[in-house]
Design a protein. Structure first.
Length: 177
């Protein structure tokens, strides 16, 4: 786990809670983007999503204060990078989708909390196994995993906090959301 001073952790969690609310807002549809773009194309075609573009955008946002996976060591780094890679390659949090759609699937959070950890009715989203591993492995309940989503002291929480911030703070296109 990553260690931060209590005051920094409290401030960061308050800020992330606000960011989580903003991340769930509806994205503009293609027609409204085209109407405001003099070239008639959506902004998604104007800026290509890439790790470099995402990193450059985040550098100018409050997200830059969050830990990078590369700053972690050993299994924490591997787990953090696995979450980032899964979310980016599966597009599991794109658009109105959120990281808490039971680990980027269709199971709503209210059902996820009481769902079994495995088997029928369990979280089965594209990144469920990777996120669970990065937020505590097989031991924690779904409720515990969900409560750790933006806690940067967990490798998965560090990855999700950074991606959630990038989505909420104006880097969605550059970061592939």
């Amino acid at each position: 786990m990553i260690s931060l001073p209590k005051a920094a952790t409290a401030a960061l969690l308050s800020w992330l809670a606000l960011g989580s609310l903003l991340a769930c807002t509806k994205k503009p549809d293609e027609s409204s983007l085209a109407a405001t773009n003099p070239l008639g194309s959506s902004s998604a075609t104007a800026i290509a999503a890439s790790p470099a573009a995402c990193k450059a955008c985040i550098a100018n946002k409050p997200c830059a204060m969050l830990p990078e996976c590369a700053s972690l060591q050993g299994d924490d780094r591997a787990n953090c990078e696995a979450v980032e890679n899964c979310v980016q390659t599966s597009n599991c949090a794109d658009g109105k989708g959120t990281f808490t759609d039971c680990f980027c699937g269709d199971l709503k959070m209210s059902a996820c909390v009481d769902a079994p950890k495995s088997g029928a009715g369990a979280p089965a989203g594209a990144c469920a196994a990777v996120i669970r591993k990065a937020l505590g492995g097989d031991e924690p309940s779904n409720r515990d995993v969900l409560s750790r989503f933006t806690l940067v002291r967990f490798a998965g929480g560090a990855a999700i906090a950074k991606m959630n911030c990038s989505k909420a703070k104006g880097c969605a296109t550059e970061c592939g959301f």
